[in-house]
Each structure stands twice: as C-alpha cells, then as structure tokens.
Design a protein around this ligand. Sequence first.
Ligand code: COA
Length: 326
Amino acid sequence: MRSYIRGLSYYVPEETLTNQFFEEYLDTSDEWITQRTGIKERRRASKDVLTSDLALYASQKAIEKAGIDKKEIELIICATATPDHLFPSTACILGNKLGINGTPAFDLAAGCTGFIYGLSVADSFIRAGAYRTVLVVGAEELFKIMDMEDRTTCVLFGDGAGAAVVCATEDEDRGILGFKLHADGAYGDLLILPARGVAVELNERVLEEKLHFARMKGNEVFKMAVREMGNVAMEVLEELGLSPDDIDWVVPHQANIRIIQALAKRINVPMEKVVVNLQKYGNTSAASIPIALGEALEEGRIKEGDLLLLVAFGAGFTWGAMVLKW
Ligand code: COA
C-alpha cells in the first residue's frame, strides 16, 4: 500500500501588500526587500477571516480536484503556526466548517515544515492501513502575529493556505516514495512567538515588549536553513537510491530566494527545476509548499509521472524532505 496526493489546491486572500506599502511607513525599501529576499508582494487576510477560513477554502478546492465526496475523508490534519485558538484545534474547526463532524482531526505544530510533516503522518496512517483518505492542510495568517513596526520580520511573511487529499493506492509507481524529518529544540529561541502559550503570563508587559508578536534572528535561521535543507534533501535521495538528476522538480519552502538558490547549488540542481513563487506570496510558512505546488500544477509545469522533491525548514527548528511521484 502506498499513498498519493489525489487532489491539491490553495487559497490566498485578495488584499495584496507590495513592498511599496512597507516603504511608505518603515525604514525599508523595495530594493532591500527584493535583493535580500526576492519578495515583491504578499497577501493579507482581513480581520474577520480566520486561519480556519483559509483552510476551508483551500480544502474545498482540493476536495473538488480529488473528485471525492467530502464524507470519504477519514482524518483531518491541519499544520499551522497561527491557529484560530490554542484550543479547540483549527483542524476541529475546519471539520465543522466542512460539515464532516465526527471525523478525527488535529493540528500539527512544525512551523514552516508543517506540510511535509503532515503528509508524512498521512502517508504513515495510510501505509499502516488505518485510513484510506486523509486531508492535509497548511494554513497560516502570519500578519496577525507580526509586529508591523519591525522591518526585520513584517516584510517577509504572508497569509494563505494549501490543502491535499491524500489517498491510498495499490499502484507501486506513484505517490509518496519516502521522507526524512528532523527537529532540534535547542534553536527554539531563534524563531519564536513568546507570549501566546502558557510560558509568559499575560500582563501589560506583554504588550509593551511586544511579546505577542513573532521574533526572529533571521541571519542565524538563514545559515542553518541552507545547511539542513541541503543535508535532508540528500539524505532522503540517498535512502531511496536516487540522485538529484532524477528529480524533475524541487518544491522548496518559500522563505527567501537566496536560501533557495543556495539549496539548489548545494544539491546541484539547476534553478530551472526549482519551483519559486515567493515573489508573489512571501513566506506563508506551512502553506508555502502546497501553494507553490498548486500554482505549478495550475500552470501545467508539473505533470503526471514527474518526480518531486519537497524540502522545508522552520521554527522549532524543524526540517524535512519528501520525494513523491506525481
Ligand atoms: N529593510 C531594510 N533593512 C533591513 C530590513 C529591512 N526590511 N531588515 C533588516 N535590515 C537591516 C538590518 O537591520 C541589518 O542592518 P545593520 O547591518 O545595520 O545591523 C542589515 O539589514 C542586514 O541584516 P541581516 O539580518 O544580516 O540581513 P540578511 O542578509 O541576513 O537578510 C533576512 C535578512 C531576514 C532576509 C534573512 O536573514 C532571512 O531570510 N532569513 C531567514 C528567515 C526566514 O525565512 N525564516 C523563516 C523560517 S525559514
């Protein structure tokens, strides 16, 4: 038994924030953001639209693409760093909004690596014979945890969601071939949202010191992201007896064009084989890989039978890679 993605889609909110938007009130420039990150614009969800709503819109489209009845879904996994609430989980809220109440559902917290972690869990449940149809979602509203006065974070991120219907198949020649996951909590402080869990007591200090917003030591994240994304990509390829030349498309986490270029160089894959759309959406964390994959599918770039390498790095730190045949 194998698992494969039967339907995949994405949703991004309409409001577009260009680099000029930040230029107007922050000490930053389109030139700096473009050169250092590759990002030109990103989407922002309005106040009354929640992460679970973005997850819902992406899921509805993915279910339609898969051509299944939503009642066939046996498990919902929602990878997110920006849940509607600490509890109930966004996956439970999504199940209710989809109208498939009773279906098991849980959130998965693995930062920007969340979608690869989610696909790995779905694949493992399916191979074990526990379920045949799993909905895996990556959904984020990062603007709601951004300090809009902090130029070192707020220009980098964006809102969006992607969803995949993962199904069982007896076909040995398609689907998820393998994955490798890692995490190291020793680096937790380098990318952290300090005060939305139980660690920090809610008082005036939280607002004064802006502990309810995301913080990042970008430079240190950058170095480790390049190294570990390269390592884990090679690790999964070696385990499967594949070489980078065998891969048709690399679909990396969309954080920074310089990280992606360095990764491509490290694993010796030409940039022509790398899916990049961060210029349009910024870093959408757990949503970035399914949005990139969804767009490449829409544009007809990724075709049936193509061998894909997904690779990501994020808060935790977490990192991982997966090879699948489309
Ligand atoms: N506009 C203008 N200047 C900015 C700026 C902005 N938006 N943000 C930071 N700077 C300044 C810094 O203050 C610093 O100034 P200084 O040298 O006077 O102190 C200078 O630019 C260089 O900062 P540095 O952090 O060394 O730049 P960098 O080349 O590492 O690029 C990031 C910064 C954040 C773009 C880059 O480190 C990065 O992308 N890191 C990974 C982040 C990420 O995506 N994490 C999510 C999980 S993968």
